[in-house]
Ligand binder design. Structure first.
Ligand SMILES: Nc1nc2c(ncn2[C@@H]2O[C@H](COP(=O)(O)OP(=O)(O)OP(=O)(O)O)[C@@H](O)[C@H]2O)c(=O)[nH]1
Ligand SMILES: [Zn+2]
Length: 212
């Protein structure tokens, strides 16, 4: 039988196979330091390759985590709670896949339970896993919504992301204050105007993202 693997599962398996060694990563950072015109052997820079490698481990920790597993535990004893659950103003720190510079902002995640609810921190954890990979905002938004939808199978999922991209604020076009807003609405949030309106009212409409 040919079972098509959903996208989030493919992404969840982000492969660390064939990953270069720590030494190779540090050598690459030394090369970049030389390429900027600086001297990687001067006192202030001598430990920088190791520091940058450690920072990258933090920035890109999401490749090692399977977001599907984070949603594995859910609870059925809700006394029939069937209203919207909204997690609002979750800070996002991600990195743009084109320039490898920060994307800073916030996300709002909602779902309409179909019998089961999930520990609320897990929604923020799923977001965190996808944010801690190289991203474009559209993909981050879709991945979070698709993963919650596929694993939890609720009546609907909504994800809104508002973020500033440092590749637009500190280089290139240099437009500080510009915020990108993306959304992914599934199930009732897509099909039912009043559900979508209720969600948008709950998150207070898009506001300015964190400074970026
Ligand atoms: N759609 C989308 N575009 C993004 C995102 N992050 C960065 N970009 C854009 O990706 C594009 C990459 O364009 P390129 O022309 O290949 O790169 P570039 O020469 O550095 O472009 P400039 O930023 O215009 O200087 C730029 O327009 C960025 O603004 C994102 O999350 N979503
Ligand atoms: Zn960029």
């Amino acid at each position: 039988m040919n079972i098509q693997t959903p996208n989030h599962i493919i992404d969840a398996k982000a492969s660390l196979e064939g990953r270069p060694s720590r030494e190779e990563a540090e050598a690459a950072i030394r090369t970049l330091l030389r390429w900027t015109g600086d001297d990687p052997d001067r006192e202030g820079l001598v430990d920088t390759p190791a520091r940058v490698a450690r920072a990258y481990e933090e920035f890109f920790a999401g490749y090692a985590v399977d977001p599907v597993e984070l949603l594995a535990r859910s609870f059925e004893e809700t006394d029939g709670y069937d209203e919207m659950v909204v997690l609002r103003d979750i800070r996002i720190e991600s990195h743009c896949e084109h320039h490898m510079v920060p994307i800073i902002g916030r996300a709002h995640i909602a779902y309409l339970p179909a019998g089961r609810v999930v520990g609320i921190s897990k929604l923020a954890r799923v977001l965190e896993v996808y944010a801690k990979r190289l991203q474009i905002q559209e993909k981050l938004t879709a991945q979070v919504a698709n993963c919650i939808n596929d694993v939890l199978k609720p009546k609907g999922v909504a994800v809104v992301v508002e973020a500033a991209h440092q590749c637009m604020t500190t280089r290139g076009i240099h437009k500080p204050g510009v915020t990108m807003v993306t959304s992914r609405m599934l199930g009732a949030f897509r099909d039912d105007t009043s559900t979508r309106r209720e969600f948008l009212a709950m998150i207070g409409g898009p506001r300015a993202a964190a400074e970026g």
